[in-house]
Design a protein around this ligand. Sequence first.
Ligand code: ZN
Length: 194
Amino acid sequence: MAIRKIARMGHPVLRQVARDLTFQEIKSPEIKRLIQDMIETMEDAGGIGLAAPQIHESIQLAIIGYEEDNERYPDSGDDEGQPLSVFINPKITVLDPTEQGFWEGCLSVPELRGLVYRPKKIQVDYLDINGKPKSLVAENFLATVFQHELDHLAGILYVDRIKSGPGTTPISFTEEYQKYLAPQPDDDIGELED
Ligand code: ZN
């Protein structure tokens, strides 16, 4: 197992559309090892999700996992958390297009936060770590986490989805964000950092 170097914004691997994995690849020791490396890299960086392109592997594979009520993400609301899981060749279907705003961060875009609006309820169809087809429904905070991570597999970064307008501050350095922009308890905007 090894902690991998994380690709940062500007590296071309983050802009490629990742390729699907075959069933044989999913079963291979190389992919098992890669998944272990991704878990170790994500835990070392303190993230709640990591997509394979973020460690320079352009394949349709992401991991997501965090505990409910964790201190780093107090604004996840009544979210129940997500046990650490592997998502292979995932596809998203929007179930409720009502948009929700979260201040997002990204291990590949260090020191920045951006306000992004995304659909609040989605379905994810994917293969699990054993290549078995699975499906889940995600709402609220978890829905944004999935959309952020799976965007990485399509070569999209959250900064692409920031909508600016007169009088808005949709992007900020982390320090200024915490000082001036972090959501207050009554705001209907949350925050997350992958
Ligand atoms: Zn990210």
